[in-house]
Design a protein around this ligand. Structure first.
Ligand SMILES: [Zn+2]
Length: 301
């Protein structure tokens, strides 16, 4: 392994974001990505959260852990086995029975969780997303006009993401109202989490159009240059790559090239067609954008 590669991977692995994420996962286990939604439920801003867990040996133990948690905090838990998967619903009040055969199941679930009506409407009519977690991000970035950090879509599987529904737009008024209200509640209840949410979401993001992943930079953009101290991203590209409907096999390598160059640099010069990384003012690497991918930088404020 070359010296650059070793240094690069060490730096990515030990980012403040990864450390904080690991800490929450140790404490909350599989509920970690749902911490903001659980706080929302406690405050009456959401009525239920839904989880899908695979059929596997460890499921019984996971279910036991979830039941124990719900008893402790006074939530209700419903478990169903549907299409060889486990559906878990955690709610603040006893829910009516769900009709899993319902043709409008997604609509029903959205209403049950109290997601904004406009977002449910859009979600149920977008059947072309092979996987909404990653395939609607391009759409969101193209069609939205404002980019508030409370709607940052890139930290979805972390405890620092404020919403679990798929918004109709990053500028959806109802979604923004929800995330801002929730952030206010979190500020009162858990100032540490509030600080992490603001810090990790309110940063410039580089979107490579690969697996819906946004690479976040702790830093700032000035005169077309992004100077930063650290970079981080939420999804593991190798585990979600096969879910992407837009990426080629070579995109996996392209992604790791960008991460490697980015991790050994402290500045990114922005250009539509290529990325140029510099360290202490000297060029580290320049990477050209393939035509099929629409790269862009979004400054979440
Ligand atoms: Zn909406």
């Amino acid at each position: 392994m070359s010296r650059v590669r070793a240094r690069a991977s060490t730096r990515v692995r030990t980012s403040a974001f990864d450390r904080a994420k690991t800490e929450y996962h140790k404490r909350y286990k599989l509920l970690a990505p749902y911490v903001p939604e659980l706080i929302a439920m406690k405050a009456g801003l959401r009525s239920a959260i839904q989880m899908t867990l695979p059929m596997e040996q460890s499921f019984k133990q996971k279910l036991g852990m979830l039941r124990e948690f719900c008893i402790k905090v006074g939530f209700f838990l419903d478990h169903y086995e549907i299409n060889s998967e486990n559906k878990i619903l955690i709610s603040g009040k006893n829910l009516k029975d769900i009709d899993w055969e319902d043709k409008n199941l997604e609509y029903q679930m959205g209403e049950l969780c109290a997601y904004p009506e406009c977002c449910i409407e859009k979600f149920v009519t977008h059947k072309e997303w092979t996987h909404p977690l990653i395939n609607n991000v391009r759409d969101l970035l193209t069609k939205s006009e404002s980019f508030s950090f409370v709607m940052n879509p890139f930290l979805r599987t972390s405890p620092f993401h404020l919403y679990k529904h798929f918004p109709c737009g990053l500028d959806c008024e109802k979604s923004i109202l929800f995330t801002k209200e929730l952030l206010e509640v979190i500020k009162q209840e858990n100032p540490g989490l509030h600080g992490d949410i603001v810090r990790f979401n309110q940063a410039p993001a580089l979107f490579l159009d690969i697996c819906g992943i946004g690479i976040m930079f702790l830093g700032e953009i000035k005169d077309g240059r992004l100077t930063y101290s650290n970079l981080y991203y939420d999804y593991d590209p190798s585990s979600i790559f096969q879910l992407s409907s837009v990426n080629h096999t070579s995109d996996k390598k392209l992604f790791s090239d960008v991460i490697e160059a980015g991790a050994s640099a402290d500045e990114l010069i922005l250009d539509d067609k290529r990325l140029t990384f510099q360290a202490a003012g000297r060029k580290v690497k320049s990477i050209a954008s393939p035509k099929r991918l629409s790269w862009r930088v979004v400054d979440f404020r």
